[in-house]
Design a protein around this ligand. Structure first.
Ligand code: PMV
Length: 316
């Protein structure tokens, strides 16, 4: 039997991170230049039903039975088996590879869960729907994030730009113009669960200060949606700048992120902001395609450790 392969892209949050945890809308897009891949091969000569797991990018060389029950990979297996009503697994080797940087706000954990859910369900003969895959990835995101909003698993499972509000049906966004983004890694590791937890503590202490900021971010996401649907890329750039300012007020930026945002604007970006949990991790700059190379070079000279240029194609 040939190996089964499945893939999942990285992701980037355009607007609304953090506010999305508190019920405000947010916009996210897939980043297809990086991806996670899961390959499953049957081990027909192994009668033990052993599931070998090889994932050198995340330091795993083990078997399913040796993983803790709350490990994301164990969770994916349990959830897929439950969804398909399958008790016993045939012997197999699962190999996971990923080019998505870890702990940088690009959704590496959710992408691995999505790729493994797809590969395993196909291997077992019943490929799961996007909705089911997204739900499973949400369960595993709890392991990394504690209280995820659900935006990462949704954008990665559907592979389209989305307008996401917690607890409401997902909306696929149609963009009237292509969007070119330069994403830069500040080189500072950011642990989403920790940043979200610290912010929650502050919000609980001083809701009068923080609630209006979260609401402003929510209405900014609505305006960004309109700009995207109308193809007003310049207006979208301005909204990204405003979003960065509001994230600074939430206290989730860093000196490095602020520097990269400023440098990219000086190099001609239409707008720029941190992206994801903040306190390190990534930032993004919205650029005219002709400026992408110059902005990426300026970001690298200013200390970014890596850049990815991605284009969200115009919706057909
Ligand atoms: O750090 P990231 O990109 O995985 O995402 C964090 C986004 C938050 O809004 C801060 C948290 C969440 O669960 O939505």
């Amino acid at each position: 039997m040939p190996a089964i392969y499945a893939y999942a892209p990285g992701k980037i949050i355009l607007t609304g991170e953090h506010a999305v945890v508190y019920g405000q809308p947010a916009i996210a897009a897939p980043v297809n230049e990086v991806r996670a891949r899961a390959a499953i091969e049957a081990d027909p000569t192994d009668p033990s039903g052993k599931v070998k797991i090889l994932a050198s990018d995340i330091g795993l060389d083990t078997s399913l039975e040796k993983l803790p029950a709350d490990h994301p990979i164990s969770t994916v297996f349990r959830e897929v088996q439950q969804e398909l009503g399958i008790d016993h697994l045939p012997a197999m080797t699962l190999t996971i590879t990923s080019t998505i940087p870890i702990a940088a706000g690009l959704g590496s954990g959710a992408a691995i869960s999505v790729a493994v859910s797809r590969a395993l369900s196909s291997f077992l003969g019943s490929p799961l729907s996007e909705e089911a895959v997204s739900r499973i990835a949400f369960e595993t995101d709890r392991f990394y994030h504690g209280t995820p909003s659900g935006i990462d698993n949704s954008v990665i499972s559907y592979g389209r730009m989305i307008y996401f509000t917690r607890g409401q049906p997902l909306e696929i966004l149609n963009n009237a113009e292509a969007l070119t983004l330069v994403i830069a890694d500040s080189g500072e590791k950011s642990l989403t669960g920790k940043v979200v937890h610290n912010l929650r503590t502050q919000i609980e202490i001083d809701p009068q200060r923080f609630d209006p900021i979260l609401e402003k971010i929510g209405s900014l996401s609505q305006s960004a949606r309109n700009a995207i649907e109308q193809g007003d890329v310049k207006q979208l750039g301005g909204l990204l700048n405003d979003n960065h300012f509001l994230l600074q007020q939430l206290g989730v930026s860093s000196a490095n992120l602020d520097l990269l945002v400023r440098i990219s604007r000086e190099a001609g970006a239409l707008g720029a902001k941190l992206s994801g949990a903040g306190c390190g991790g990534n930032m993004l700059a919205l650029v005219q395609p002709a400026d992408a190379e110059g902005v990426a070079a300026a970001l690298l000279s200013a200390g970014a450790v890596n850049t990815i240029t991605t284009t969200i194609p115009k919706s057909s």
